[in-house]
Design a protein around this ligand. Sequence first.
Ligand code: PEP
Ligand code: MN
Length: 337
Amino acid sequence: MLIIMRQGATEKDIEKVKIFIEKKGFDAHISIGEVHTVIGAVGGRVIDPRDIELIEGVKEVIKITSSYKLVSRVFQPEDTIISVKGVKFGGSNIGMIAGPCAVESYEQMDKTAQALHKSGVRVLRGGAFKPRSSPYAFQGMGEEGLEIMRAVADKYKMAVTSEVMEISQIPLFEKYVDILQVGARNMQNFNLLKELGNVRKPVMIKRGLSATFEEWLMSAEYIMAGGNREVMLCERGIRTFERVTRNTLDLSAIPVIKKVSHLPILIDPSHGTGLRDKVIPMSRAAVAAGCDGLIIEVHHDPDSAQCDGAQSLYPEQYDKLYHSIKKIAPIVDKRVL
Ligand code: PEP
Ligand code: MN
């Protein structure tokens, strides 16, 4: 249920509504907008909306039939803008994230970050715990990987993002990482999502391999319902019958999500296509379609990468990509950070 307050409703009015719904067992999530304040009532028992409509300052009560509430544009009409060390995702901003698939060594991270730093990258990616299809494939360096990434990022004054695979790893991520990534395979790990609701750092949730938009948004709802407002979505390609590309990058996610949700939507053309030569064209298309950020796999020496070398750009290719999307962004009233 969403409670829209009148323009000019006082803090006292809002507090009264909050107390009323909390007494009925609801959690109150307040969104202060430019014109109206909206209170999302989540959980709780069946309630007669007229009881709330009678409270001073209430404009209307909307019963939500769609299963997601807090991620919805009805709850918050304005775009959510997430700021990480000065890099913004959402609104008119396109935030850039780049780095290798996995942290492999200090030297590899340092060489890659040094090149990316020159191209203006301020958020570094790199997996320390890797969800691999084969148990015999490189599984990531674990905590040591996070340590390396943090040290390298600090050297170049960058923020870092990395994938958290299970609840027990969260404290480590709170220590080393600025944006916690939920991988495609964990999109519906509801226990993990609930715990991430208690974290006070941004979470980027990737779309599951065969997840519908509704399922994806519901997963984001889990994190928001736990109290974490800083959630961003990342389309990384879905499983279709096509085999030429690793996945089918569904760029329609951008207008679809933008219409129903206020959360930033990022595109990962690296996993979305699986092929290096497709990454620049699909990044350009994503920017033209209005994405709020890109996450790109880049390796200083992709031919020697432990994983996803074929979809990793050479640093000079990233530089070319960056300069080309910088030109496209203003056409759709955006700027690249
Ligand atoms: C990754 O970003 O390295 C990754 C494993 O992505 P996804 O979860 O989209 O497969
Ligand atoms: Mn990868």
